[in-house]
Design a protein around this ligand. Structure first.
Ligand SMILES: O=C[C@H](O)[C@H](O)COP(=O)(O)O
Ligand SMILES: C=C(OP(=O)(O)O)C(=O)O
Length: 448
């Protein structure tokens, strides 16, 4: 029998199975996992290749400095919170931030949620110990339960199917919300005006007034606001659970290329970005736009090797590097990496994740971050790119649309004691709604 190009693509997709895959759950029942994977392999795609290709174009624009990416959402989505109002609050927050950033950058903002699939987490330790009892660590709702009981912590492949279904429902809300008129620019700006009524945010009044004037100017020029009622919104998650990602990967009849249809954009985490590891190998085979998190131990040679493996043809928008160095290290650690990639010549879209390098434990024992460190890392990111003549292409943040108290600081000055009021995240701390908007105002100033 002759091997077709299609067969070769499919065969290539399974190469990762012979490599080391870090951060995978220890599924107790291989047969049960196989049955779930078979069902997922027949399930409808969550996104279609043409949407992923459109995002590649948008990210190429961000890489050139013709657009700016805003990627945000929960550290770990949970099944329980996949409710319409929570999803809507998150989208709303991202749209509100996007309006502020669009004004600051004077360029389109590409909007992307860490949503509809962000259900699996890499962990520092395989176990968690409480009061002398040690159980497997929580690895996200798509793997096991957060309750600290033996039964909840056993990885259950049925959760992959649940995650798929809940992602489908989430995408449905995202599409309805971003296409149904709720995203009207004037309405989003009105929400921002509501935020400004709190005197804590008076310092942003002049930016809000400028946006008002810009909207009135557009109106006077006869801008078709009805045409702006629909916004493009993409979904993304860490491509961590390779059994799930592989099962949702389909060969596109149009192009003959494989697409991971679990989300528009998948990223490889800092802990799984080994060049000879299974994650890099698998995602090198799919045609979606992909990202790689780069932490402070990344060498320029590591970055170049990733560019060559993940984007050998130098397709603009295909590869995004999401740097997460820490505020104290970014100004020393980032320049040599960016300079090496710039000199290599293959296009990369550079995005800052100012969250993951700035995690601390509060005096009261909470895993938290300081708002000022988060902003300082963003400043460092702009400084480095401006000094090197490269493009700071976007922002990746952990946020929620709700009023939680997980990150220290901001104008409402959440302090050590204040963290206890509404600390809800199951893994890492997120900016709350107000802190997210405040960050957008500050980044808008940096973008000018
Ligand atoms: O979100 C990122 C990681 O999953 C997280 O930082 C891991 O944190 P841990 O050190 O609590 O396992
Ligand atoms: C785990 C994450 O980040 P990193 O890989 O950068 O630690 C994340 O973004 O959820």
């Amino acid at each position: 029998m002759t091997t077709t190009a299609h067969d070769e693509v499919v065969e290539g997709l399974d190469h990762f199975r012979s490599l080391t895959a870090k951060q995978q759950p220890t599924w107790p029942d291989a047969d049960a996992l196989g049955q779930v994977a078979a069902r997922l392999a027949e399930a409808a795609p969550l996104v279609v290749p043409a949407e992923a290709d459109l995002l590649t174009e948008r990210l190429a624009a961000a890489g050139r400095g013709d657009a700016f990416l805003l990627q945000g959402g929960d550290c770990a989505e949970t099944f329980a919170e996949a409710q319409a109002d929570r999803i809507r609050n998150k989208i709303r927050t991202i749209l509100q931030m996007a309006v502020i950033l669009t004004h600051g950058a004077s360029m389109p903002v590409v909007k992307m949620g860490r949503m509809a699939g962000q259900y699996a987490k890499p962990r520092s330790s395989n176990d968690e110990t409480r009061d002398g009892v040690t159980l497997p660590a929580y690895r996200g709702d798509m793997v096991n339960g957060h309750d600290f009981t033996e039964a909840a912590r056993i990885p259950d492949p049925q959760r992959l199917l649940d995650g798929y279904q809940i992602s489908a429902a989430t995408i449905n809300v995202v599409r309805a919300y971003t296409r149904g008129g709720s995203a009207d620019l004037r309405r989003v700006h009105e929400w921002n005006r509501g935020f400004m009524r709190n005197p804590a945010y008076a310092r942003y009044e002049s930016t809000a007034a400028e946006i008002d004037r810009a909207l009135r100017f557009m109106e006077a020029c006869g801008a078709d606001f009805d045409a702006l009622r629909t916004v493009e919104f993409f979904v993304s998650h860490e491509g961590l659970l390779l059994d799930y990602e592989r099962a949702l990967t389909r060969v596109d009849a149009r192009t003959g290329e494989a697409y991971d249809t679990s989300g528009h954009f998948l990223w490889i985490g800092e802990r799984t970005r080994d060049l000879d590891g299974a994650h890099v190998e698998f995602l090198s085979r799919v045609a979606n736009p992909i990202g790689v998190k780069l932490g402070p131990t990344t060498s320029p040679a590591d970055a170049i090797a990733l560019v060559e493996k993940l984007n050998p043809t130098g397709r603009p928008g295909r590869l995004t590097f999401i740097t997460r160095m820490g505020a104290g290290r970014i100004r020393e650690a980032l320049p040599s990496i960016v300079a090496a990639v710039r000199d290599h010549g293959s296009p990369v879209t550079w995005v800052t994740d100012p969250m993951h390098g700035n995690t601390i434990t509060s005096g009261t024992g909470y895993k938290t971050r300081r708002f000022e460190d988060v902003l300082d890392e963003v400043s460092g990111f702009f400084e480095v790119h401006r000094a090197l003549g490269t493009v700071p292409g976007g922002l990746h943040v952990e946020l929620t649309g709700d009023d939680v108290t997980e990150v220290l600081g901001g104008s409402e000055e959440i302090d050590d004691e204040g963290l206890a009021a509404r600390y809800e995240t199951l893994v890492d701390p997120r900016l709350n709604h107000q802190q997210s908007l405040e960050m957008a105002f500050q980044v808008a100033e940096m973008l000018r």
